[in-house]
Design a protein around this ligand. Structure first.
Ligand code: UDP
Length: 330
């Protein structure tokens, strides 16, 4: 019988890619999702349990029914702008939800956890290439909520009588879509750069606004390190198997080490799609860091991870194929 993995947020962008990869690797992914930002048609690769992380009875029942050997925890709100406007929502959903999950895992004796963290926990560090030993100074409530969850998982793991082996992945900017276009990125409202640029190309929105032109970066726009969702999920399978094989708890950046400015992304979208991107300059977005680029090869060295699909062109091309898929528009 295949081993079961509980995937919180399995109906979302990254979680649905995780379920596909888990099923392809011989696991049974059980999606746990409250459908606030998830989509029913993204759940294709294993059973669905609808529920909210902040519902302890529901969580306990699901863990008892499915007896997972591990949890992959993706479920979270992740819009930096919204987090700055409504921090309480982020602390409630992301932190309290994760607390309930970890409590339920401890009560049910589920000992392995792969947690979706973020480079936003580092904050702006004056152009430093970020590695896992950097201090964390989140600049917004999204990053702060993720750092708090890292702390709470570590606290539980250190408590007497609790076994909570964990891997944290601090994602840089996740982009692209499943090369088979069975799942992809779809948020409503959409806030992320590449899908917004593709929407502008397709005429689904009038224009893209470039947030801020006076950052201390080569062209004045923000610099980010983009990583393909398929590569990101490949790391999660490696991290899961590291834990299932008795490996120690650890933390890994997932980025390529190469930064691209907003303008470079917009130019590459135009090149890959063959269409101009209608774009205008606008003010800075609250909570944005100037640059976030990974300076770590730890996941490659310790987990054998390779980011094979993460050129900007590959990420935009797979996202573009997904955007043009019949039925994309839900
Ligand atoms: N961005 C932009 N216009 C948009 C959306 C995003 O200029 O309509 C910029 C944003 O300021 C950031 C980069 O694109 O510098 C990536 O933003 P995104 O929201 O995709 O990811 P984040 O870095 O916030 O996780």
């Amino acid at each position: 019988m295949s081993e079961t993995i509980l995937v919180t947020g399995g109906a979302g962008y990254i979680g649905s890619h995780a379920c596909k990869a888990l099923a392809e690797s011989g696991y049974t992914p059980v999606t746990y999702d409250n459908f606030v930002t998830g989509w029913h048609d993204a759940v294709q690769f294993g059973p669905l349990e609808e529920g909210d992380l902040r519902d302890p009875d529901r969580l306990a029942a699901v863990l008892t029914r499915h007896q997972p050997v591990a949890v992959m925890h993706f479920a979270a709100l992740s819009d930096v702008g919204a987090a700055s406007r409504d921090p309480g929502l982020y602390w409630d959903n992301n932190v309290i939800g994760s607390l309930r999950l970890v409590e339920a895992m401890a009560a049910a004796g589920v000992e392995n956890l792969v947690f979706s963290s973020t480079c936003a926990t580092y904050g702006d560090q004056d152009g430093v290439m970020l590695d896992e030993s950097c201090a964390q100074y989140p600049m917004n409530a999204y990053g702060a909520s993720k750092r708090a969850v890292e702390d709470l998982i570590r606290n539980f793991a250190a408590a007497p009588g609790v076994v909570l082996n964990h891997v944290f992945f601090r994602y840089f900017n996740v982009a692209g879509a499943d090369p088979d276009a069975r799942v992809g990125e779809f948020h409503r409202p959409e806030t992320h750069l590449i899908p917004l640029a593709l929407d502008a190309v397709r005429g689904r929105r009038d224009k893209l606004t470039i947030f801020g032109q006076d950052y201390p970066t080569p062209d004045g726009t923000c610099v980010r390190d983009y990583v393909h969702v398929s590569d990101l999920i490949a790391a999660h399978i490696l991290g899961l198997e590291h834990l299932l094989n008795g490996g120690a708890s650890d933390v890994f950046n997932l980025g390529t080490g190469r930064g691209f400015s907003v303008r470079e992304v917009v130019e590459t979208v135009a090149r890959v799609t063959g269409e101009p991107v209608p774009a205008v300059d606008g003010p800075r977005r609250e909570g944005d860091c100037a640059a976030l680029v990974s300076g770590s090869v730890k996941a490659a060295e310790k987990l054998g991870w390779k980011a094979d699909h993460s050129t900007l062109e590959q990420m935009i091309a797979t996202a573009w194929a997904w955007h043009q898929r019949p039925g994309y528009e839900r």
